[in-house]
Design a protein around this ligand. Structure first.
Ligand code: IMP
Ligand code: MG
Length: 186
């Protein structure tokens, strides 16, 4: 697996430092004086890509929270570009009146966030915030709002730290680009 790496774009140390900062921002936005009293928060990782990011993030957030799950598929088959997002499973619990923080690995075309945010609002959440580890520089996604962004990256295909190619490479600890021969092989 490691010989498939072309280059390390963001090292695990940099990721860990930035995840701590994102947690601090989320804590600040969900505690007084920004909010009255103890808000009821539900964190929702968008699976499978946000799994590792969300696990690290929530362990830096000390207040009471519930976890909801949503599985969205945007890359059916082996593809480097989204084919359109669809929800293929959810286990959100009751989000009525709750402050929801959606967590995704990467904001690329923006299709996933455009799909999911209105659904959570319609379910009666008190607020919906979007937290993404990465945001790609894509013109068609410039109008898509994210409240917390870990890193802005160029429009390159990356894997690792939860991000996959054809469901491989999620367990790489750094965010990396792949050699062309690895992409061809999978
Ligand atoms: P969007 O719906 O186009 O914004 O894309 C979001 C989803 O596409 C992410 O949650 C990822 O699962 C996937 N994705 C987008 N870009 C990449 C990438 O560079 N590597 C791996 N997955 C990606
Ligand atoms: Mg994803």
């Amino acid at each position: 697996m490691h010989r498939d790496i072309d280059r390390i774009l963001i090292s695990q140390d940099k990721i860990a430092a930035r995840v701590r900062e994102l947690a601090r921002d989320i804590i600040a936005d969900h505690t007084p004086p920004k909010m009255l009293g103890e808000p009821e928060v539900t964190i929702v990782p968008i699976l499978t890509g946000a799994m590792i990011f969300c696990c690290d993030l929530i362990r830096r957030i000390p207040f009471a929270m519930k976890i909801g799950l949503m599985t969205v598929s945007s890359y059916p088959g082996s593809s480097l570009r989204t084919q359109g997002s669809q929800i293929i499973g959810q286990q959100l619990g009751d989000v009525r009146g709750r402050h929801v923080v959606l967590c995704d690995d990467i904001l690329d075309s923006g299709g996933t966030i455009r799909l999911v945010v209105p659904i959570i609002r319609e379910l009666g959440a008190a607020s919906v915030k979007v937290c993404v580890l990465l945001r790609k520089d894509r013109p068609e996604a410039r109008d898509v709002h994210a409240d917390y962004v870990g890193f802005e990256i160029p429009d390159e295909f990356v894997v690792g730290y939860g991000l996959d190619y054809n469901n491989y490479y999620r367990n790489l600890p750094d965010i990396v680009t792949l050699k062309q021969e690895a992409i061809d092989r999978h």
